[in-house]
Ligand binder design. Structure first.
Ligand SMILES: [Zn+2]
Length: 278
């Protein structure tokens, strides 16, 4: 809804230029006031949402299903909860055809996104796309079913799609290097810098050329069956980064031991060192 206001302002200003006079000035003033009021109301609603405590049921989901949250010290848990609230306020999460999504699934989507950027204080995901949660895996025609094979998908300028089953599995099996929530939000960070080219926007620019070289080395290791990363990472540069992200959070010690350079660059990118408290 908010995105329409700038269009209305543009239309009003165009009208004003075509028909100068007191009426036109009035139209511009009214349009500007409408924009300011809408902005102030949303700002206030966001502040209220951030001040309100996270619902007990949502906190229970974090405690029971999100090992990353469970291991945080108390003060960091509070910060994590705050980032979950911010994400849930800012983003639109629904099921196909606008159906509601259960709260625990929304919390798992938010927790995935927050885990990735928790070491980058102040980072806020832009509200640029809808998040759609299907019950099951799906195919490229968005047909669902147990025989379908897509667990999650990010469109460059469109929605982010998840299978609820895959999302739950990702949190239930936190050590297997397979987590659709982390995987898809890694793509979001990658798309953020333009195309999905395997170079995330969080990476310091001085590291980019080293990272691009490493993508080739790591792809060769997967193909030679000498990698901690799962095979899907060899698909292309973007998948290498997303799969490496999954391993970074789910197999940090193995990754640090067997791929120390890759691990060090991910520490630098994400601003956190999961191997130190795994
Ligand atoms: Zn992917």
């Amino acid at each position: 809804m908010l995105a329409r206001y700038p269009l209305r302002v543009t239309a009003s200003i165009t009208l004003a230029l075509l028909a100068p006079g007191p009426l036109a000035v009035g139209v511009v003033v009214v349009a500007l006031v409408a924009v300011l009021v809408a902005w102030a109301l949303r700002h206030r609603a966001r502040a209220d949402a951030m001040d309100a405590p996270l619902p007990k049921s949502a906190k229970k989901t974090l405690e029971q299903k999100v090992g990353y949250y469970r291991r945080l010290p108390a003060a960091e848990k509070v910060r994590f909860e705050r980032e979950v609230k911010r994400f849930l306020f800012d983003q639109q999460i629904s099921a196909p055809r606008g159906r509601a999504v259960p709260e625990d699934l929304k919390v798992l989507v938010a927790a995935s996104a927050v885990m990735l950027v928790f070491g980058r204080k102040g980072y806020v995901y832009e509200r640029t796309r809808d998040i759609v949660v299907y019950d099951e895996h799906f195919d490229t025609d968005y047909e669902q079913g147990a025989s379908k094979n897509i667990a999650g998908m990010v469109h460059g300028a469109g929605p982010i799609l998840f299978s609820a089953r895959a999302l739950r599995d990702g949190f239930a099996n936190a050590l297997d290097g397979h987590h659709v929530g982390l995987h898809e939000f890694a793509h979001v960070l990658d798309f953020h810098a333009g195309d999905a080219d395997g170079v995330p926007s969080l990476m310091p620019w001085t590291s980019v050329s080293k990272w691009v070289e490493m993508i080739d080395v790591e792809t060769d290791k997967i193909e030679a069956r000498k990698s901690v990363l799962r095979d899907y990472g060899a698909t292309n540069e973007a998948e290498l980064f997303a799969v490496a992200t999954e391993a970074f959070f789910e197999k940090p010690k193995q990754l640090a031991q067997k791929h120390p350079k890759l691990y060090a660059m991910l520490v630098e990118t994400y601003g956190q060192d999961p191997a130190s408290h795994a």
